[in-house]
Ligand binder design. Structure first.
Ligand SMILES: [Zn+2]
Length: 258
């Protein structure tokens, strides 16, 4: 440009003598109107080049999300991109529910994940150990046996829940697990079932540990009474606290006793 127009040209155009074409295109220089045709021709040529550059696409900041790159930032999508998404847990709310007793819920959580030290699992790291169920002394102790295939625990479970479940009564672990996760059950029935399930698991596991450590076994009728009493105490407390939806829960429990 300097060769063609001299120093006057660079001044009229408002462009430094040493500037490159790229710098001029990227600068925020305003287009001018000139008296001299050649200067207007240069402005026109710069417009053409600028249009070409825009058509080719400039660098843009984009955010990666599950559906590809987007100009708009979404903190949800960015968070999702930084973590691995696991399988949704279907049983969580049936273990950790409002008004649950934490130590009972914890035992049920362990049992649900099959992490209790039942003898079938203990034998895998201590071979040769006696793996017989200490409640019935008649079968291999596994989680599913203890809850509630075992004749002792099955009797207790049936006495406690037959009246609640009636025709849908089950004593098999998987069937009970799907019953307590069922969303369509009435609030009182669901709370009683979940709570008695947790109390029974806690009590039977404690009794099993007592027997393993050589203490005198408690008869099943005594265990049954203890669990029933623990549930009644809890329901009575719920009633006095006027927990929404559980107002007549103690009467409901009495109505389901055999
Ligand atoms: Zn047994």
């Amino acid at each position: 440009m300097y060769d063609l127009l001299g120093s006057r040209g660079t001044i009229d155009m408002g462009i430094r003598r040493e500037a490159t074409v790229e710098e001029v295109l990227l600068s925020h220089r305003r287009r001018k109107r000139h008296r001299r045709t050649i200067l207007n021709d240069i402005e026109k040529e710069l417009d053409v080049l600028r249009d070409k550059q825009n058509a080719a696409g400039r660098d843009l900041d984009l955010w990666r999300g599950p559906a590809g790159y987007k100009a708009k930032f979404s903190n949800r999508n960015t968070w999702l991109m930084t973590r691995e998404i696991g399988v949704t847990c279907t049983w969580g709310t049936s273990v950790w529910f409002p008004q649950a007793t934490p130590k009972f819920a914890f035992m049920v959580w362990l049992a649900t994940r099959n992490r209790l030290a039942t003898m079938d699992r203990v034998a895998s790291w201590s071979p040769g150990i006696d793996t017989t169920c200490c409640l019935c002394k008649n079968a291999l102790e596994t989680r599913n046996h203890l809850f509630f295939e075992c004749s002792v625990s099955a009797h207790i479970w049936k006495q406690l829940t037959q009246g609640i479940l009636q025709s849908s009564f089950a004593s098999n672990w998987d069937a009970i697990s799907s019953l307590i996760t069922c969303a369509s059950m009435g609030k009182q029935k669901r709370f009683c079932l979940r709570y008695v399930f947790q109390t029974t698991i806690y009590s039977l596991w404690r009794e099993r540990n007592r027997r393993r450590h050589g203490e005198a076994p408690a008869p099943k009728e005594v265990l049954l009474k203890q669990i029933d009493k623990a549930v009644r105490n809890k329901l009575s407390l719920m009633q006095s606290k006027r927990v929404k939806g559980l107002e007549g829960v103690l009467q409901y429990w009495f109505g389901t006793r055999l």
